[in-house]
Design a binder for this molecule. Structure first.
Ligand code: ATP
Ligand code: MG
Length: 622
């Protein structure tokens, strides 16, 4: 990920700066700085941490789906703060709802967070705070719920979920529950029965006794526990009551001694509840642990920021799940999906995602980001990092009829090509040039319009890194389709260079440069190429009709059977190493591509990540 830039400090950085100035969270000690004897970056970081102000953040996904590009923002923000201040970053599964959570999602989330470079592993990562599961805190959560009951701050309510919401009241009329004043001992007996499985789903719930008249409905005696007879991915059948988000989340943060609990804006009016719960637990507790309830617990600060939202894509997990289940896409990692698995498979880089998150900034106001900004961040990175190669997606044969003029007509000439004009250290490679080549079908026109600078009868073009060729005619099949474009080449233009001036002293010029691949099967590779377009054709999918499926782009996937230069086969020594092992390239004039996970040496498959910004025409003229 890129280092912090010199942009103005965003509001959360400013909060952390102020906390450090006031000493709000204290400093890291031998007890919590990490393993100062560990080798490598983890040990270095732990030693550097000692005596420094505490900053401890976390990313708390619910494992009920795959992460999407919006989550990347929360990961970059939380991990970025920990890294910037030499603190710690936790990955925590907020797995409190057994019905929707699965191991597959846990595994994919770990993979995606690692892919983004957010180190949460204490043994290896400089900011690794650890991997945690909310479900491992179920015992504590339960014990503290009983504590609240004893303090008169919670009760067991036998209203059904429907009745609870019906009796919630209106802004001017307070809510009601006939069970509010039930004696603590009775609630304690009932919560034990709930836990023991003596009651069916929905028969009763545990509610906080806060304020049924509060203008903030979240405070109208919210539910702490509900009965759910379901198997949990981590705790199995140990529990049949499960904590609600608001009850669970602050406890999770507190137990992990999180300092800044960062969440998205929709939780702003849950913050009073977050604070109420921790204060309620702390009531009657003392810093030194004297008294009936033990030591005061840590009280993190909840801070809300605006979600990352994009035009032309859908981000909510519920809808992404629907796309997978209804087979609108081919799985969670379909390269058209905005999931991190999808965009990774599409070829996007973690560096591009981090650069975009940095560029968008951190604010308090939800706003839609133009999807072009994500595409541009990716182009910027790949332009610098991706080696250039040649590939033809829609091949037509080009035959050089005077190839024998240069010697043996079956000869192969190895042409030198620059791997990356943006990076000299990327070096050069050799591409085989033969009598028969493939070019793109649309780089030839029999009857070209005026400004067509590519190949046409009588016209001359430069074959990139090859020779200049002039079209002398075409060969058609019985249906009139062009089978071969016939050309002569000028041996004086080797490498694509300008030829010497003619007898009249004039130097010939060509306006067009086109790419090519040898048509000799020994010197080229057949491949499937997948071209992706936006999944939706509307800026806000589903806005018109309420159903996003109405806005699907029917041509979001197109498959081509193309040919590649041989260097695209097995990875060569001059190919850059990508952290995630995905091979990425610029196919000259066509865009950025990566090798798909379906690809094999017998049947290669490449995905187009994003097209090129500049048209070749401009580049060729320059
Ligand atoms: P969704 O509504 O898209 O399914 P979620 O909020 O339910 O997402 P969680 O797994 O609960 O998903 O989210 C984990 C963390 O990621 C939370 O802190 C949440 O606030 C944050 N997050 C989710 N979506 C976005 C987004 N679009 N931009 C920034 N942060 C997000
Ligand atoms: Mg959520």
């Amino acid at each position: 990920m890129p280092e912090p830039t010199d942009r103005p400090r965003h509001f959360i950085q400013q909060i952390v700066d102020a906390d450090i100035a006031s000493g709000k969270w204290g400093v890291w000690t031998e007890q919590d700085a990490g393993d100062t004897d560990a080798p490598g970056p983890a040990g270095d970081a732990a030693r550097a941490r000692l005596g420094k102000p505490r900053v401890h953040t976390r990313f708390p996904p619910e494992p009920n789906g795959y992460l999407h590009i919006g989550h990347a923002k929360a990961i970059c923000l939380n991990h970025g703060l920990a890294r910037e201040f030499g603190g710690k970053f936790n990955l925590r599964f907020d797995d409190t709802n057994p019905a929707k959570e699965e191991q597959e999602f846990v595994d994919s989330i770990i993979r995606d967070v690692k892919w983004l470079g957010a180190d949460f592993e204490p043994a290896t990562g400089a900011s690794g705070g650890g991997l945690f599961y909310a479900s491992n805190y179920f015992d504590t959560m339960y014990a503290w719920a009983i504590e609240l009951i004893r303090k008169g701050k919670a009760y067991v309510c036998e209203l059904s979920a429907d009745e609870v919401s019906k009796r919630r009241g209106t802004p001017t009329v307070p809510g009601t529950s006939p069970f509010r004043d039930r004696p603590a001992a009775e609630s304690e007996r009932l919560i034990a029965e709930m836990k023991e499985g003596k009651h069916p789903n929905g028969a009763m719930s545990v509610r906080a006794r806060i304020d049924l008249a509060s203008p903030n409905f979240n405070l109208r005696d919210p539910v702490l526990y509900r009965i759910v007879h379901e198997t949990h991915h981590n705790t199995g059948d140990t529990w049949c009551i499960y904590p609600m988000y608001d009850w669970a989340h602050g406890i999770e943060d507190s137990l992990e001694e999180i300092t800044h609990s960062i969440c998205t804006l929709e939780f702003e009016n849950h913050r009073p509840l977050y604070d109420w719960f921790i204060n309620a637990i702390n009531e009657g507790r003392a810093a030194d642990g004297t008294g009936p309830y033990g030591k005061k617990i840590h009280h993190p600060q909840q801070i809300e920021f605006a979600k990352l939202l994009f035009t032309y894509i859908i981000l909510s997990k519920r809808n992404l799940r629907r796309m997978v289940e209804e087979k609108i896409v081919h799985g969670w990692d379909d390269p058209r999906m905005p999931t991190l698995s999808g965009i990774r498979r599409r070829g996007y880089t973690p560096e591009a995602i981090a650069a975009l998150c940095d560029d968008v900034g951190v604010t308090k106001f939800d706003s839609m980001i133009d999807i072009l900004r994500l595409e541009n961040a990716c182009r910027d990175h790949l332009n610098r990092a991706a080696p250039r190669r040649m590939a033809v997606l829609d091949p037509v044969k080009l035959v050089i009829t005077n190839w024998a003029d240069g010697g043996d007509p079956s000869r192969v000439e190895w042409m030198e090509a620059v791997n990356n004009p943006e990076d000299e250290s990327a070096g050069k490679r050799k591409i085989p040039f033969t009598r028969e080549l493939f070019i793109e079908r649309d780089d030839f026109m029999e009857e070209p319009p005026k400004k067509f600078f590519r190949l046409a009868p009588g016209a001359e073009v430069r074959l990139r890194y090859g020779y200049w060729v002039r079209c002398t005619g075409v060969k058609k099949d019985s249906a009139g389709n062009i089978e071969e474009v016939h050309c002569t080449y000028d041996p004086a233009t080797r490498g694509g260079d300008n030829p010497p001036p003619g007898p009249d002293g004039v130097t010939r010029k060509v306006k067009g440069t086109i790419h090519w691949v040898s048509a000799d099967p020994k010197h080229s590779i057949r491949a499937e190429i997948r071209l992706f377009d936006r999944l939706f054709s509307a800026e806000e999918p589903g806005k018109r009709t309420g159903n996003f499926a109405d806005d699907l782009n029917p041509t979001s996937l197109a498959t081509r059977h193309g040919v590649l230069e041989p260097a695209l086969g097995a990875p060569g020594p001059d190919e850059p190493m990508w952290n995630d092992g995905i091979r990425r390239f610029q196919f000259e004039r066509l865009g950025y591509f990566c090798e798909d996970k379906d690809s094999t040496s017998a049947a290669p498959v490449f995905n187009r990540t994003v097209s090129l910004k500049d048209s070749w025409a401009k580049e060729a003229k320059a």
